[in-house]
Design a binder for this molecule. Structure first.
Ligand SMILES: Cc1ncc(COP(=O)(O)O)c(C=O)c1O
Length: 393
């Protein structure tokens, strides 16, 4: 019995294997995680709202529901897209997904054929890239700088490669760099992609976790041609265990996602969808998000100030205004994966940057997470990491 050819293209996550390497030594301070802080989950309100939901809608919660998503949730999410993102969304634009990871997987399934090209930022979220791999596509990276995707590089890639079908971008507090695109770059990006027959995935799980600076409109709000497929998620604003996320797309695309979902899993978990409805309608979700923003800001600021104080001057890093990650660039020639074992031995860990590229990636980079570590761990861990870097940089 042989597995499908498709499975040859599905590889175990390189990041998971790094995390295993790190977990093999006890007591390591890990900046390698990619999880939201569980101490911030609104446990009391979730307990109360869940009980209230069962009392009011228990039978519905345990019954089959619509493939597209629970009707009330579609309404809540469409309103949220209007209010928070300035997108003229209606329930017919929304499809509920099991995490935005399912939105990524379904988008790849809907649009990609063998030989198509997917364009992703250099670097990017590997989960998005891996979702495309089964379909026999190839990948091209477009450079990014502190203002976001580099438009001249994007123009070149699109002009030279007519087989580009899908662009995968994370304009807000990107995983792994923490950077947000400027308004100017977003406008330029839309102007460029509107000239090509392509589909854009705007993956935005971190957009609401802005803890500094002004909100910048999402690509979807500037999408006059229905080319942008927006992915939103409750994972970072509420909790990832519920696995409730959504697609906001042109109605003709939404119909196709619904058709696909019928054959994939019939529908998302009705219980979890109704938990989100109850919580979002009757509890202080905006106050909760403000708490997350404040807590992450404090940790991010602390980490950055310690990095400024302790890291060698030749080491550069991003200064995120939101999200969960800081991206560190080491001097040319220094291999972050090569010194990871030494760092782990010293008691601190990170994810080497090379694992965040569709093709070959920069070896002299690392991703640091600041959400699941305590202030004390940040204080200790950054000094330990600085000592390792000083030996090499
Ligand atoms: C950029 C990005 N997209 C998507 C996801 C998946 O999120 P979800 O929990 O909604 O599936 C993650 C998870 O960390 C992410 O960083």
């Amino acid at each position: 019995m042989g597995y499908s050819i498709r499975m040859d293209r599905v590889k175990p996550s390189a990041i998971r294997s790094v995390q295993k390497r790190i977990a093999s030594k006890q007591g390591v301070i890990s900046f390698a995680a990619g999880l939201p802080d569980p101490d911030l989950f609104p446990m009391d309100d979730l307990k109360k709202s869940t009980m209230e939901m069962i009392e009011k809608k228990g039978k519905q919660a345990f019954q089959y529901g619509l493939s597209k998503g629970n009707r009330e949730l579609l309404q809540v999410l469409a309103e949220r897209m209007q209010r928070k993102e300035g997108v003229d969304a209606k329930p017919e634009n929304i499809v509920v997904t099991t995490g935005s990871q399912q939105g990524l997987a379904m988008t790849a399934m809907l649009f990609l054929d063998e030989g198509d090209i997917v364009v992703a930022e250099n670097p990017s979220y590997l989960g998005g890239i891996n979702a495309c791999r089964p379909y026999g596509c190839s990948f091209l990276g477009v450079d990014t700088d502190e203002d976001g995707i580099v438009i001249s590089d994007l123009e070149r890639v699109l002009a030279e490669n007519p087989k580009v079908k899908l662009l995968y971008v994370i304009p807000n507090f990107q995983n792994p760099t923490g950077r947000a695109w400027t308004l100017e770059r977003r406008k330029q990006f839309m102007e460029v992609i509107n000239r090509y027959d392509v589909v854009v995935i705007e993956d935005n799980p971190y957009g609401e976790i802005r803890f500094k600076g002004e909100h910048i409109p999402c690509l979807k709000s500037m999408d006059t041609m229905g080319k942008v497929i927006y992915l939103g998620s409750c994972s970072k604003i509420l909790c990832p265990g519920l696995r409730v996320a959504w697609i906001c797309a042109a109605p003709e695309h939404a119909v196709m996602y619904e058709r696909l979902k019928e054959s994939l899993d019939l529908q998302c978990n009705e219980f979890a969808q109704l938990q989100v409805v109850e919580y979002m309608k009757n509890y202080d979700v905006e106050g909760h998000i403000r708490k997350i923003q404040a807590a992450y800001k404090e940790k991010c600021d602390l980490m950055l100030s310690l990095m400024e104080e302790n890291f060698p001057a030749s080491v550069k890093f991003t200064r995120p205004e939101g999200g969960m990650f800081i991206w560190v660039e080491l001097p040319e020639g220094l291999d972050a994966d090569g010194i990871l074992d030494e760092a782990v031995e010293a008691g601190v860990a990170y994810i080497p940057g090379e694992f965040f590229y569709a093709n070959d990636g920069a070896k002299n980079a690392m991703r640091l997470n600041f959400t699941t570590v305590s202030e004390e761990q940040i204080r200790k861990g950054i000094v330990l990491l600085a000592d390792v870097l000083k030996k090499h940089a």
